[in-house]
Design a protein around this ligand. Structure first.
Ligand SMILES: C[S@@+](CC[C@H](N)C(=O)[O-])C[C@H]1O[C@@H](n2cnc3c(N)ncnc32)[C@H](O)[C@@H]1O
Length: 250
């Protein structure tokens, strides 16, 4: 399957300008001064749908389309066994991925957690825009997950990973990511998988049997293997050459 060809960069500005050349020129000047095109346009496109975006939240990377595909595939495997899979997105940001999953499978309960209250506000706006019900919880790792809530069958996410050298392409360089909320782009302290590591340990320590599906982007296999070591079983999917999505369990 191929990834949807969503508009990016100047294409977003052209859509935002809606045929008004003066407005397009003004938008292009802002991008030339260093602002990210999606922030300037006020929206991003993902899987053919528009999502509101502004500096309250991370600009969803198009490559994480694969993450939603893997989460859906794993969920359909559970559904085939007669379960209604409970899905949790870790680090839901503006809600793009969780909403995409919910729209694909409206009967599955989908929640999203994030440490960042402002990003969660935007996720709630996007959920309203798309007419879906998402459970949104502010939480540092899994600490805010209500004790009485069901253990999620699937935890998926694109936690911050890598550093200045770990990039999808030259267009989205370190400066591009540094415009985004501080907790959203790179893990603190230069640990390339520090947030993935803590999340995995947290799931294992809780004794949760959730399937964990995490994007590691362009990070090399030995780095991912170290991060996944606490899991009893794991494998990597490479839905696009050079991109790794971990699928694992305690
Ligand atoms: C790379 S962004 C991805 C956002 C969203 N999934 C998307 O693709 O648009 C990572 C997200 O993880 C959140 N995050 C970072 N550290 C976290 C933590 N300790 N607990 C919960 N969320 C965290 C950030 O606030 C950010 O929204």
């Amino acid at each position: 399957m191929s990834r949807p060809a969503d508009p990016v960069g100047d294409e977003l500005l052209q859509l935002a300008a809606d045929g008004d050349p003066t407005r397009l020129e003004a938008l292009r000047l802002r991008v030339a001064a260093g602002e990210a095109p999606a922030y300037v346009a006020g929206f991003l496109s993902f899987g053919g749908r528009r999502f509101r975006i502004d500096p309250r939240a991370f600009i969803t990377d198009p490559e994480t389309w694969w993450l939603t595909e893997v989460a859906l595939e794993q969920g359909r495997g559970l559904a085939a066994q007669g379960r209604v899979p409970q899905i949790l997105e870790f680090g839901v940001g503006a809600g793009t991925l969780a909403i995409t999953v919910k729209l694909a499978q409206p009967d599955w309960p989908v929640s999203g957690i994030d440490i960042d209250a402002a990003a969660l506000e935007l996720a709630a706006e996007n959920a309203r825009l798309h007419g879906v019900d998402l459970g949104l919880v502010q939480s540092d790792y899994l600490s805010g997950w209500p004790p009485a809530a069901a253990v999620p069958d699937i935890i998926f996410g694109d936690p911050p990973w890598g550093g200045a050298e770990d990039l999808y392409d030259g267009e989205r360089d370190e400066g591009y990511y540094l415009q985004m909320p501080a907790a959203s782009a790179f893990p603190p302290g230069g640990e390339r998988t520090g947030i993935h590591d803590r999340l995995i340990r947290s799931v294992v320590e809780r004794g949760w049997n959730s399937t964990i599906i995490l994007n590691y982007g362009v990070l090399p296999r030995p780095v991912i293997a170290r991060s996944a070591a606490p899991l009893g079983q794991w494998s990597l999917a490479h839905p696009q050459p050079g991109i790794s999505v971990l699928i694992g369990r305690r």
